[in-house]
Structure formats: structure tokens, C-alpha cells
Design a binder for this molecule. Structure first.
Ligand SMILES: *Cc1c(COP(=O)(O)O)cnc(C)c1O
Length: 390
């Protein structure tokens, strides 16, 4: 017979998923109700309000898609783009690259604006692309590029996009609940996120939001949305007043998201961001005190995902394996252009706690010493504590 499920105890400090708060796990263990049960309808309504709160938006069309962050990405592109539409996409990491693939599958003409992995897309690059190509329908960027650790400023690009009457699309999968996204302030027209990064719920849902301008563009479509499952014109009737059956919402995941968002509301949105900044900076100070160098320039460095360069001659996979096996700590390796070059350390949501930073820094210093890299665990932890407590 198969044994009872007994997953190992881990500290999730990779690029996601992050550790899940016990209250979220408890919410998921609650009994099911039907997805059209009046009590579930109330849960859906409350969840929509809470999603608006974290996105900082009044957008009516705000709901959670059934699927992970990539389903949110696909939702935005399949609904906004029709075959032949032009879209400018900022590519400075894996997720920008994924957006181009999704947009091409919609039959759109993709105009790539690129920057090296770890850098940001400059507003001038977007400006030049908008001036070169007439009739661009949308411009998309990744707010928090999880594959590199870079934080993309939004406002200036948003202004340029709207000057050219295009829609502004933002990937906020790793930013939402970790740093300010500010949908209304930044005039973002379409945005998607995910549950398992800074919202600290398991993977499975993708909160999305669309501005009035985006809704008007959806209403003007002349062709059917290519995806039945992700077609917002039908989903709006499921999440809206009609409550028209579309698909069965994943009930337990919706319990989880509601509880995760309630935790953010309880802590306070600003306090949540402050916590990420504080402990993210502390981690970064600790890594630098160890003599390691961070991949992203300080001004564009995310707090919730830090990419640190692997020292010469260190077997990066062996270090990660040892961290996992001996200390139960999961961190991520590099992807794409950064494969074999960096480790990616996440401090997202419930994982973003000082005790995790301290444990990770001490464990990494010990493991690196064993691999022949000379460092001081003491100095690293002191630098971390100094950053937090002054
Ligand atoms: C994780 C992530 C995604 C994809 O989300 P999945 O939940 O893995 O489908 C998209 N964009 C960014 C920036 C991410 O970090």
C-alpha cells in the first residue's frame, strides 16, 4: 500500500511557491459548498473586494481566474488581442519572453523591446517603438521579473502608452502583496497576478483586473476570444450578478485566496510592503557582507526576489541540494540567460520573516565554506541585523 502523504518540512525561499500561512491552510480544510451556494457567492463577492484592495483599484472587472499566474497572463492577452493586432512587449527576462509566446499564439504582431536580463526596460525604448509602429493596441511589461530580480518602474511607460492611445498591460505575479502595484495610480489597463508568490497561498488562482478603457476594448472585439475557458465575456456573467454557470470555481482555492487577502488587509497593505523592503534589504546586506555580489543594480532591486551571483568555481546545484537536504531550505537556480550564473532567493509573503533570513544566511555561509569559499557567517548576520534594527 502507498503510505500516507507526508511531505518534508521546508522553508520556501525560492522564486515561488512561498510558505503558506497556517490560517490559509486551515481555510482550505473547510467543508465544501456548491459553487452556486449563496454562501459561496458571498465569498466570491468578498474576494473581489479584497482583490481590488491589494491591486489598489476601483476597477469593476476584477476577479480571480481559475489557474496559475500563467493563466492570468493568457487571460489578459487572449481577451485584449485579436489576430493582426500590434503589441509591444518588454523582454528582459523569462516572463517577458513568455508574454511574447502567448501574444504570438493570439495571432498578434509582436514588437519586442529588449534589455539584458537583470536590467529594466527604459521608457525611451518604449517611446521609440511607439513612434516607429503606428496603431499599437497594447504595451506589456513585467513589474517584478522573477527570473532576474529586477523591478520595472511603471508610471513613465504608462504615460507614454496612453499618449499613443494604447492599453498598458502589467505582469504583477510576483509584485502583488509584496511591493506597491498601484493599478489606478499607475493607470494600468490590464493586470494579472498569482496566489503563490507574495500572497502566500498555494498556486492555483490568478487575480486579474481590467480598467474601463480595457473593458471598452473588449466590447469592441470583432472576433470571438480564442479560448473558451478564459473568455471574460462569459466569466463576467459567472462572477457578476447573473451568476451564470461557466465552470466550477475551485472552491477550496477560493477559500485560500480570501484568507490570504484577509491576512494582507489585517497587516495593512503598506505594512506588508514595508516588511518586504526591510527584510529584503537585510538579506541583501547579509549577502554582500559575505563578499557575494548581487546581480541587479541597487536602484532596480526587488526586495522579494534577490539574484546573487555564484562565486567562481562553486558548484551551484550542489549548494542548493545541500541547503535543501541539510536545512530544508529551498532557493532557486538561474534560468535562461542566467542559468548557472545566479541563485534566486525569495522572501515572499509568509516566507518573509527575519528568522528565515538569519537561518538562510548562516546556512549558506556554512555550506559555502565547505565548498572552499572563504566567508564569515558572523559578519553576514551582523550586517543583516544592523539593517533591520540599526
Ligand atoms: C511565477 C510567475 C509567472 C507564472 O506564474 P505560474 O503561477 O507559474 O503560472 C508569471 N510571471 C511572473 C513574473 C512570475 O513570477
Amino acid at each position: 500500500m502507498y503510505k500516507e502523504l507526508n511531505p518534508p518540512s521546508r522553508i520556501l525561499m525560492g522564486p515561488g511557491p512561498s510558505d503558506v500561512h497556517p490560517r490559509v491552510l486551515k481555510a482550505m480544510a473547510m467543508p465544501l459548498v456548491g459553487h452556486l451556494d449563496p454562501s459561496f457567492l458571498q465569498i466570491m463577492n468578498e474576494t473581489m473586494e479584497l482583490i481590488r484592495m491589494v491591486f489598489e483599484t476601483k476597477n469593476e472587472l476584477t476577479l480571480s481566474m481559475s489557474g496559475t499566474g500563467s493563466a492570468g497572463m493568457e487571460t489578459v492577452f487572449v481577451n485584449i488581442l485579436e489576430p493582426g493586432d500590434k503589441v509591444i512587449i518588454g523582454v528582459n527576462g523569462l516572463f517577458g519572453e513568455r508574454m511574447t509566446d502567448v501574444a504570438e499564439r493570439c495571432g498578434a504582431e509582436v514588437i519586442r523591446v529588449e534589455a539584458p536580463w537583470g536590467e529594466i526596460i527604459q521608457p525611451e525604448q518604449i517611446k521609440a517603438a511607439l513612434e516607429k509602429h503606428a496603431g499599437v493596441k497594447a504595451v506589456a511589461v513585467v513589474h517584478a521579473e522573477t527570473s532576474t530580480g529586477a523591478l520595472q518602474p511603471l508610471f513613465e511607460i504608462s504615460r507614454l502608452v496612453h499618449e499613443h492611445d494604447a492599453l498598458f498591460i502589467v505582469d504583477a505575479v510576483t509584485s502583488l502583496g509584496g511591493i506597491k502595484v498601484g493599478i489606478d495610480e499607475n493607470e494600468v489597463d490590464a493586470c494579472y497576478s498569482g496566489t503563490q508568490k507574495c500572497l502566500s497561498a498555494p498556486p492555483g488562482l490568478s487575480p486579474v483586473t481590467f480598467s474601463k478603457r480595457a473593458q471598452e476594448a473588449l466590447a469592441k472585439r470583432t472576433s470571438k476570444v480564442q479560448s473558451w475557458y478564459l473568455d471574460l465575456s462569459m466569466l463576467q456573467n459567472y462572477w457578476g450578478q447573473e451568476r451564470f454557470y461557466h465552470h466550477t470555481a475551485p472552491i477550496s482555492m477560493n477559500y485560500a485566496l480570501r484568507e490570504a487577502l484577509r491576512l494582507v488587509a489585517e497587516e495593512g497593505l503598506e505594512q506588508t510592503w514595508e516588511r518586504h523592503w526591510k527584510f529584503g534589504k537585510a538579506l541583501q546586506a547579509g549577502l554582500e557582507a559575505m563578499g557575494l555580489s548581487l546581480h541587479v543594480a541597487e536602484e532596480y532591486r526587488l526586495p522579494q526576489l534577490t539574484s546573487v551571483r555564484i562565486p567562481e568555481g562553486i558548484d551551484e546545484a550542489a549548494v542548493r541540494k545541500q541547503l535543501l537536504e541539510q536545512f530544508g531550505i529551498e532557493i532557486g537556480g538561474g534560468l535562461g540567460a542566467l542559468k548557472g550564473k545566479v541563485w534566486r532567493i525569495g522572501l515572499m509573503g509568509y516566507s518573509c520573516q527575519p528568522r528565515n533570513v538569519l537561518l538562510f544566511l548562516s546556512a549558506l555561509a556554512q555550506v559555502l565554506e565547505q565548498h572552499g569559499y572563504k566567508t564569515s557567517s558572523n559578519e553576514s548576520c551582523a550586517a543583516m541585523l544592523e539593517t533591520i534594527y540599526g
